[in-house]
Write a protein that binds this ligand. Structure first.
Ligand SMILES: C[S@@+](CC[C@H](N)C(=O)[O-])C[C@H]1O[C@@H](n2cnc3c(N)ncnc32)[C@H](O)[C@@H]1O
Ligand code: SF4
Length: 402
């Protein structure tokens, strides 16, 4: 079951933005996120805003066709509000974007490109579930302009994939990554999850080794989060599965960092490692506080200090756009202090670090103590978490902030 949306202020029904935000944005390029809210089944741990065919039923407005029409309409709203400007990155996520036909995904990208030209060298990514594509599908995505792909591998161990309720088999990822390379993707990423109940450190080592044998340019490794309301949370509550243990999660993280580092992939964000030049520029735009428009049910957007989020259900989403209204559920205008705190929270996750100038005098006074404890290091006016600091990132940032 997807989780609830935050509250917020009313959002204008025409999607308009305050002049101050548009003024701050100037003629800068933005990033575009497209959310595809469909999955063939729901993995037991996932509370993302995604729906199976059974959950959606046959009600009008929740079909794939209705979604596509609405997403095209929201792109037109974005173009009207933002005016002509380039897209620096495009990222199609989900859900399972590759449940759409390749020509439908490419059609969305084409529509975006007609409204906003792509910047030269723009990064164009789609997420992809390994079981959902074949070689021809991947070729069609490259022909249509996608140049980066991120496969949801999660694990190479069959018993871990079973607990996660994933549909692909462990042998599938080497096949799809080979096809993706042959198709011509210039950057290839794998998503992994660690700390699944029943997963040993050796299982995790195997997953990392199999992932590296596929020669990815980029790896995201996330600690399994037990989200309220998921089947996994219920299984743990009933004692059918053990809960993840914090100390074990630290061992998994350290193994990921040393194994990926030895293979030439450095961390650039807490949960992300890449070969030089293959950092995900789209996600960096989020972490650096840049502007992006999120199209699709439940998608979040941020433009120059204005944050808004769309209604979650595909039916309400397409109903709003069919009536010519913005699908935004609510929005928030961030004041300078909220934006400053957000910068601290996001930039401290990055290897490039947090600019010391963002901190208040009191916060700066706490830096020496955190450095003495081996949690952060200061270099050329920037603060970066050490490996120990990365393991305790949330606590370090809490200790730093007023
Ligand atoms: C929401 S999925 C969308 C892409 C695609 N459907 C997939 O599963 O790979 C993006 C990533 O979030 C991860 N994710 C989802 N729920 C999670 C959780 N509770 N804990 C950790 N990672 C999670 C997924 O495993 C996946 O790698
Ligand atoms: S396939 Fe991805 S988005 Fe869909 S339920 Fe599983 S983790 Fe969530």
């Amino acid at each position: 079951m997807p989780s609830a949306l935050p509250a917020g202020d009313p959002a204008p029904s025409d999607g308009s933005l305050p002049d101050s935000a548009l003024g701050e944005l100037g003629d800068r390029s933005i990033s575009l996120y497209l959310h595809v809210p469909f999955c063939s089944t729901r993995c037991g741990y996932c509370d993302f805003n995604t729906y199976t065919a059974a959950e959606l039923g046959s009600a009008p407005g929740a079909s794939r066709e209705a979604y596509l029409a609405a997403a095209h309409a929201e792109l037109a709203v974005a173009a009207q509000v933002l005016g002509p400007r380039e897209l620096s990155t495009v990222f199609v996520g989900g859900g399972t974007p590759t449940l759409l036909e390749a020509k439908e995904l490419v059609g969305l990208l084409d529509a975006a490109r007609r409204l906003f030209p792509l910047a030269s060298g723009a990064e164009v990514t789609t997420e992809c579930n390994p079981e959902s594509v074949d070689q021809r599908y991947l070729e069609a995505l490259v022909e249509g302009g996608f140049n980066r792909i991120s496969f949801g591998m999660q694990s190479a161990r069959p018993h871990v994939l079973r607990v996660l309720e994933r549909r692909h088999t462990s042998g599938r990822v080497p096949d799809v990554t080979r096809w993706a390379r042959a198709a011509g993707f210039s950057s290839l990423s794998l998503d992994l999850i660690y700390g699944t109940p029943g997963e040993s450190l050796d299982d995790w080592r195997t997953s990392l080794e199999v992932a590296l044998s596929c020669e990815p340019d980029h790896v995201s490794a996330y600690a399994l989060i037990v989200e309220d309301g998921t089947r996994l949370a219920a299984q743990i509550r009933r004692g059918e599965l053990p809960a993840p243990v914090d100390d074990d999660q630290a061992d998994f993280y350290e193994l990921a960092d040393s194994t990926l580092g030895a293979a030439g992939m450095d961390w650039y964000e807490l949960s992300n490692w890449s070969r030089a030049g293959h950092e995900c520029r789209h996600n960096l735009a989020y972490w650096r506080g840049d502007s992006w428009w999120g199209v699709g049910p439940g998608a979040h957007s941020h433009v120059a200090g204005v944050r808004w989020w769309n209604v979650k259900h595909p039916r309400s989403y397409s109903a709003a756009l069919a009536q010519g209204r913005s699908p935004a559920a609510a929005r928030e205008l961030l004041d300078p202090e909220a934006r400053r705190v957000e910068r601290v929270l996001l930039e401290s996750r990055l290897a490039e670090g947090l600019t010391v100038d963002v901190l208040t005098a009191t916060e700066r006074g706490r830096v020496a103590h955190l450095a003495q404890r081996g949690l952060i290091a200061e270099h050329a006016g920037r603060l970066t978490l050490t490996l120990r600091g990365r393991l305790l990132a949330d606590a370090v940032v809490r200790d730093l902030l007023d």
